[in-house]
Design a protein around this ligand. Structure first.
Ligand SMILES: [Zn+2]
Length: 399
């Protein structure tokens, strides 16, 4: 039998929550894992040294849509793939571009062949298809490639969601076929020699769609699993639907995804979302919240959110989070961070992003430890209670 591109081993389970080990050609990733989003070949505001040395991020995301439009696939290919182009030597997951195009809304036109849309950079007409997405992702040379999917709005009626889900299933087959031929042609720029258990090639994940409709979700899962992928993602959530819709879908679907492979919940979410989704059996996450909110002055802490813009922190000498071991919390006060933010200093975004990512990654570290030691239920309860601490303080002080 030929070697697989990744291996995945579940080491411990607490209920549906799983602690596992995902081995890629560029390193071992303990799961559940949060993957910082590196949209344009950079996790905004973070040097890779920090991500590697202090935060120990093992895998980050790259966005096919953004990198394809700029700097363009030929530049990345000439530079030897995204790892060599950016200097990031650990694992990369690239999305397919489907979601980014969806988020352009009215600017796109979907046909059986693919999606036509106008670039957000210069308004030029562009076309992306499953085949083109696979070609771009092979040039990027990521460890994990995502199938090209179509995302319906979270509140779309059944007939729209069905059409979209069926198109996604056909595009999944086309993604698989083109991906396999590119691997055979040696077009994967990130290829590494074979290590003991894995082939050194790229892995391909399928995406389950179907909007808010559980029957469509189940059908999508069945059709995606029939094609056969190295891992499975739930897509099309956290796209404006009500939160209870998201939880209905995840709780119905998560434990139904193939147990032998990693399960990835795309684009979700807050720290409490991550812990809740882990409880339902999810292994992998990505979300822009820690980086995007860091740039707008919001910190995630173990006691809830802290908005550094608030005047109440003007002379507060405490760190963002007493129980955070990150280098920002060891050195800088809320008062100083607030000053930097209101002064428009770029360091504010850098430090808040750093802390937020440290908090997300540390939360996942504690999740993994608690699953391995059989204490996940207790951890989950205490963690969720802790996040409400500031809200409770506020409620108490107003009574
Ligand atoms: Zn911190």
């Amino acid at each position: 039998m030929s070697k697989p591109p990744i291996t995945f081993e579940v080491l411990a389970k607490n209920g549906e929550a799983r602690a596992g080990m995902l081995t890629t050609r560029r390193g071992v990733i303990e799961t559940p894992v949060f993957m910082p989003v590196g949209t344009a070949g950079t996790v905004k505001g973070m040097r890779f040294e920090m991500l590697e040395d202090e935060l120990d991020a093992r895998i980050i995301l790259g966005n096919t849509y953004h990198l394809w439009l700029r700097p363009g696939v030929e530049v990345v290919r000439k530079c030897g793939g995204l790892h060599r182009f950016t200097g990031w030597e650990r694992a990369l997951l690239t999305d397919s571009g489907g979601f980014q195009i969806w988020s352009l809304g009215a600017l796109r036109k979907i046909t059986e062949e693919g999606t036509e849309f106008r670039s957000h950079l210069d308004g030029s007409l562009q076309f992306l298809s499953p085949e083109i997405s696979m070609e771009v992702q092979s040039a990027l040379g990521s460890e994990i490639v995502m199938a090209f999917d179509e995302c319906a709005a979270g509140d779309a009626p059944p007939e729209i969601s069905r059409t979209s889900m069926e198109l996604t299933a056909r595009w999944a087959s086309r993604s698989r076929a083109r991906f396999d031929s590119l691997q055979a042609e040696g077009r994967d720029e990130g290829r590494l020699g074979e290590t003991e258990a894995i082939s050194g090639a790229q892995a391909l994940f399928g995406i389950v769609q179907g909007g808010a409709h559980l029957d469509l979700r189940r059908e999508s899962l069945r059709r995606t699993a029939e094609i056969g992928f190295d891992g499975y993602a739930i897509g099309g959530l956290s796209v404006g639907e009500e939160k209870d819709v998201m939880w209905r879908v995840v709780s119905d679907l998560a434990a139904e995804l193939p147990a032998e492979q990693p399960r990835y919940l795309m684009g979700v979410g807050t720290p409490e979302d991550l812990v809740e989704a882990v409880a339902l059996g999810i292994d992998m996450f990505d979300c822009v919240l820690p980086t995007r909110n860091g740039r707008t002055g919001q910190a995630f802490t173990s006691r809830g959110k802290v908005n550094v813009k608030n005047a109440q922190w003007a002379s507060d000498t405490r760190p963002l989070d007493d129980s955070c071991a990150c280098s920002v919390c060891q050195r800088y006060s809320r008062a100083y961070l607030r000053h930097l933010h209101v002064s428009g200093e770029m360091l504010a975004s850098i430090l808040l992003t750093h802390h937020n990512l440290a908090f997300f990654l540390d939360t996942m570290r504690r999740v993994r430890q608690s699953i391995r030691s059989g204490d996940f239920t207790k951890f989950r309860r205490e963690f969720t209670e802790g996040l409400n601490a500031y809200e409770q303080d506020k409620a108490l002080s107003s009574t």
